[in-house]
Design a protein. Sequence first.
Length: 524
Amino acid sequence: MTDKANNTPVAQDENKLIAERRVKLEKIRSNCSANGFPNDFNREHLAADIQAEHGEKTKEELEELQVTYAIAGRVMAKRGPFLVIQDSSGRIQGYAEKTVQKEIRAKWGSLDIGDIIGIKGILHKSGKGDLYVNMDEYSLLTKSLRPLPEKFHGLSDQETKYRQRYVDLIINEETRNTFKMRSKIVAGIRNFLTQRDFMEVETPMLQIIPGGATAKPFMTHHNTFDLDMYLRIAPELNLKRLVVGGFDRVFEINRSFRNEGISTRHNPEFTMIEFYQAYADFNDMMNLTEEMLRTIAQDVLGTTTIRNTVKNADGEVVEEKFYDLGKPFVRLSMVDAILQYGKEHRAAAHLDEAVLRDPENNFDAIKAMAKAVGVKESSASKVWGPGKYICEIFEEVAEHLLDQPTFITEYPWEVSPLARRNDENSFITDRFEFFVGGRELANGFSELNDAEDQAERFQKQVAEKDAGDDEAMHYDADYITALEYGLPPTAGEGIGIDRLVMLFTDSPTIKDVILFPHMRPEAE
RNA sequence: CGGCCGUUAGCUCAGCUGGUAGAGCAGUUGGCUUUUAACCAAUUUGUCGAAGGUUCAAAUCCUUCACGGCCGACCA
C-alpha cells in the first residue's frame, strides 16, 4: 500500500525573506567552491573550551600569545563587525574588519543570522572584555534559507517548539540543557546498574501477546507471517524469562507503547527502564531505588536536592518545591496513605479505618466508601473486587498529594496480577509504587514465581477481558511454561524515564523531555 | 472524549464597545566600525487558522471545523 498523501511534496511556505536568501545562495553557488556547500573546513576548537582557557586573561596577555583558533558554528547575532557564533558547546564571537565585510558582501550578498560559517584566526579580547576570533580565514559552510526566531524573545510558541524541535534547539539553551541532562541521566542509570553486575539486554518490541502491564496496545501486522502483532506495552515478561534462563540481573532501557490518552504526563511511546534481580525482594528494590536516584542526582545535578517550580501564565515562578533525595524516602502502606492524606478530603468522614483494613468482609461498605469519595464506576466495575476499590479510593484521595518522595506499599493482589502475595496477608502483594511531586515514577515488586498462582491470575484477567475490560491481560501460556521451569525468587522494577527526567529538569510536561513528541498532523 | 482559553508579518506581540492592519526585532538600502537585545537614517513585508453567517461595513459579533495549550476522563 502506498500512502500518496504522505509522499506528495507540498508547496513550501515561501516568503520574501526566504526568496532573498535563495538569491544570495545563487550568488554563493557561483562564487564559492563546492557549489556553495563546502565540506573541507577543519573545525579544530569549541567555543566553550576557548572561553574556559582564555576567558580570564587580559587583553594584553592574549596579544602576547597570538594563538590561532579554528571555530565553526551558526551565526546567532550580528553586532557591527562582530558575529556571535554558536556551536555545540557555547558561543564565541568572530570579528570581521571592514575589508572582510566588503569581501563577504561581494561574494555572498550578505551574511544572515542562521548561516553556518567556519572562522580561523588569532584570538583577541575586545574593549568590552569579550573574546573574539579574528576572521583571517573564513568560509560559508551552509547557507541558511529560513529566518530564525527573534533574537531577544526567541521561540516561545509551544506548538513550534514541539513540531520543529530543531528550531527550538538552535534557539533555546534550556531545551538543549534538558536533553543533555536526559542523556546524562540515562547514562547514569546504566553505569549504576552495570557496576552492580546487571546485564543490559534487548527484548522484542513486536509481540504476539502484549503482556507485563494492563494497557491498550497498538496493533500492527507482520506480512510474511500474515500475523497480527502488537507493540509491547512493557518488557516485563521477557525479562523474567531471561531470569528463568539464568541471567540473574538484567535490565532494559527502551520504549514501550500504549494506545491511550496524551497528557502532560503521557506520551503514546515512552521510555522505561525495567530491571530484575534474582534472590532479592521488593524491599531490596526500594533500597536500590533510593540509592540509584541519590547517586544519579549527585552525579548529574551535583546535589541531591532537586528544585521544582510552578509557574503562572506569564512564566513567573509562583511556587518552589524542594525534594531532597539524600534523605530516606517515606514508606507508607496504601491504607495508611488513604487514612493520612484522606483527612483533608471532603468525604473524609466516610473513611472508616476498620472497613479499609478488612475490605474482604466489608465489601458493601468499601463500595459505598468509594462512591462517597468520588470514585466513578463504569461497565468494567462489575468485576471489581475489594482490592480494586481500595486502590481506586487511594487514587482518589491520596495519590496526587504524594509530593515528597514516597513509596506506597501493600497493593492488593487483585490489582497486581504479576506480583507475589505477602506471606502474612494474602490479600496484599509485596509491591510498591514510588511517587514524587504527585506523579508515579516507579512500580516494583517481588515477582510472582508460583506458576499455578500465575495461571489463575491470568485466567482472572481473561475473565475481566471477556467482561469488557480491554486493558486486562492476555493469557500468556509460554510465560506460564517458563515459570514451570522455575523462576528463582526475584524482584523487579520499572521506572518511567521521561517522568524522572521531568523531575530532574523541572519540566512541567512530558513533551518537554521527549525530543519529538507526538502531535496531530497540521491541516494543509 | 468533555470544559475553558488561544491562533494577526519570518519571530515576539498590540489592535477597546464592528469603520477597511500596527510596533519591536530581522529583512532591504545607506552610514558607522571593538560591538553585547550594537547604533543612526530611510524602507519592505499580511489569505488576521479555515469555511459559512449577520451587517452598508468583520481581525473584531455568531456558527461549524482544524490545530495548540491548560484542566478533567482514561492511564504510566
